[in-house]
Design a protein around this ligand. Structure first.
Ligand SMILES: [Fe+2]
Length: 192
C-alpha cells in the first residue's frame, strides 16, 4: 500500500499569521513529504507493507516506526486546523474536557504546559482512553498515543521545524497562538 502525502484542507497561506505560508510549505511540502517518501522506500518486502498506518506505528520500531509515526502525527496535525477555527469545543468532547480538566481554560493551560515542558523534539496529545475519558500525553520524537492503546484527538508539534521560522525560540508563544486555528469540528469527530 502506497502511503500518500495528506492534502491540506486549506491554502498554504490560510493559517497566517498563526502559521506562515513559508512554514506550511516547508513543514508539509518538505518535512512531511520526506517522511512519506522514506516510509514508501522502507515498507516494500516487510510484514508491515499491507497494514494501516496506525497498525504500522503500533507494531514497528526503528526507522519504520519513526517515519510512520511522523506521517500519522502530521496527518492528524495538518487536518486539525482551519482559518475559521478557534473558539471552544462543544458536545460530548466539551463535557469530557470539563470532566477531566475542570474547564476548557484549564485544559488549555495544562496542554500548553505539557507541550512547553517537553524537552527536545516531540508532541503533546489530547488522547481518549478506552472508556472515553481524556488524558494529555507527551510523546518524544515521532511517538503517537496509538502505541498506548489511546486514540489521538489533538496534537501540538513541538519540533522546531513547526515554529522556528515564525517564532524563533518562543515555543510557548507559538503554542498559545495555535488555539486560534483549531477546527473543533474535526477534533470532535475524532472523539465520537
Ligand atoms: Fe512536524
Amino acid at each position: 500500500m502506497k502511503i500518500e502525502l495528506v492534502k491540506l484542507p486549506y491554502e498554504t497561506k490560510a493559517l497566517e499569521p498563526v502559521i506562515s505560508q513559508r512554514t506550511i510549505e516547508l513543514h508539509h511540502g518538505k518535512h512531511l513529504s520526506t517522511y512519506v517518501n522514506n516510509l514508501n522506500n522502507l515498507l516494500p518486502g516487510t510484514s508491515f507493507e499491507n497494514l494501516s498506518l496506525e497498525d504500522i506505528v503500533r507494531r514497528s520500531d526503528g526507522a519504520i516506526f519513526n517515519n510512520a509515526g511522523q506521517v500519522l502525527n502530521h496527518n492528524l496535525y495538518f487536518t486539525q486546523f482551519s482559518p475559521k477555527g478557534g473558539g471552544n469545543p462543544s458536545g460530548k468532547l466539551a463535557e469530557a474536557i470539563n470532566a477531566a480538566f475542570g474547564t476548557f481554560e484549564n485544559f488549555q493551560k495544562e496542554f500548553e504546559a505539557a507541550a512547553t515542558s517537553l524537552f527536545g523534539s516531540g508532541w503533546a496529545w489530547l488522547a481518549e482512553m478506552k472508556d472515553g475519558r481524556l488524558i494529555i500525553v507527551k510523546e518524544p520524537n515521532g511517538g503517537n498515543p496509538v502505541t498506548k492503546e489511546l486514540i489521538p484527538l489533538l496534537g501540538f508539534d513541538v519540533w522546531e521545524h513547526a515554529y522556528y521560522i515564525d517564532y524563533e525560540n518562543r515555543r510557548a508563544e507559538h503554542l498559545k497562538a495555535l488555539w486560534q486555528i483549531i477546527d473543533w469540528n474535526v477534533v470532535e469527530a475524532r472523539y465520537e
